[in-house]
Design a binder for this molecule. Structure first.
Ligand SMILES: [Zn+2]
Length: 77
């Protein structure tokens, strides 16, 4: 689920929102679409988790047989 975090350029309001496809996120406070995208909390925690468990480097380049990025998913079977 693509969760993005933004800071509104108009009112400096910080918020997180789901973005589907090409939908344009907008500020829930002032409806502005002038937003500064931030790294999502999910993306940051996934990266740090991958860094601690995958010494070979970035997801997608570790050669995991389950596919690109599978090394950071863990066992979901
Ligand atoms: Zn705003």
């Amino acid at each position: 689920m693509p969760i993005f975090e933004y800071i509104c350029q108009e009112c400096q309001h910080e918020f997180e929102t789901l973005v589907f496809g090409r939908d344009q996120a907008k500020c829930p406070k002032c409806q502005s679409k002038k937003l500064n995208p931030q790294l999502s909390v999910f993306a940051v925690s996934a990266k740090s988790a991958a860094a601690s468990t995958a010494p070979t480097g970035a997801c997608g380049s570790c050669g995991d047989s389950r596919g690109p990025g599978a090394c950071s998913i863990g066992d979901l079977d």
